[in-house]
Design a protein around this ligand. Structure first.
Ligand SMILES: *Cc1c(COP(=O)(O)O)cnc(C)c1O
Length: 226
């Protein structure tokens, strides 16, 4: 691994990472959500052994990919709302997509991935509770689509992704993540992208395989949501 600037006492990134790694089971991967963070912060994370980064804006990610092009290739995950007109750019830039939220988008991605000779890993985003402003498949919709997931080649559907609505109490969040895990099992999908800075312990308890952590790792973001 390349040597790089280590986090200093003024930058708790190293401590946060180490503490998280101690607490996570080996089956849970850490996705460092670097949206709103400059590439220098990502460089510091890479020096601490991080390789997988989550971004939610295609253009912001494109810029950082250029700035970090001297590093060994990183593992880029797209976690934002996927606009149809950005599909080709996103497919070229990211090996994993966490936010496949409609069948129309799945078919579009499938067609473009085939044209580009790409076979990205995809997560289907599922919406298990009413949540204004959030998208996703309904659980019943996913059950009906289940048999067709195998026909999405060259996309590789590996798991479900969910976002817990704001304001749920801890037991309710745990129940929601457990529901998501049960649905993934039912569909034969192994991976679970769930858990953010404010709810990751419940997500881990429910079997998350990918935590998407931004502020819990990097501190607060400079740019606006999402
Ligand atoms: C921003 C974002 C995260 C990370 O949020 P934090 O609360 O900073 O951990 C995770 N998942 C998605 C989809 C996001 O947009």
């Amino acid at each position: 691994m390349a040597e790089g600037p280590l986090a200093t006492a003024a930058d708790p990134l190293g401590e946060r990472l180490e503490s998280l790694r101690r607490q996570l089971p080996p089956t849970t991967h850490l996705l460092a959500v670097s949206k709103g963070q400059p590439s220098s912060r990502m460089r510091a994370a890479v020096a601490l052994g991080m390789r997988s980064f989550g971004e939610s804006r295609q253009q912001e990610a494109s810029l950082k990919q250029q700035e970090l092009a001297d590093l060994e290739p990183l593992d880029w995950h797209f976690i934002g709302r996927l606009q149809a007109n950005k599909a080709r750019a996103v497919l070229r830039q990211f090996g994993t997509l966490h936010s496949l939220d409609s069948w129309a988008l799945a078919e579009r991605l499938q067609r473009i991935a085939a044209e580009e000779g790409l076979s990205p890993t995809v997560f289907l985003q599922v919406k298990l509770r009413p949540d204004p402003g959030k998208t996703g498949f309904g659980p019943q919709e996913l059950r009906q689509l289940g048999p067709r997931l195998a026909q999405l080649e060259p996309l590789r559907p590996m798991g479900l992704m969910t976002i817990a609505p704001q304001g749920l109490a801890t037991p309710e969040r745990l129940a929601l993540f457990q529901e998501c895990a049960a649905l993934a099992t039912e569909l034969g999908l192994k991976e679970l992208s769930m858990g953010m800075s404010n709810d990751w312990p419940e997500a881990v308890a429910a079997g998350s395989t990918w935590l998407r952590l931004g502020s819990a790792l990097f501190g607060s973001r400079s740019s606006a949501e999402p």
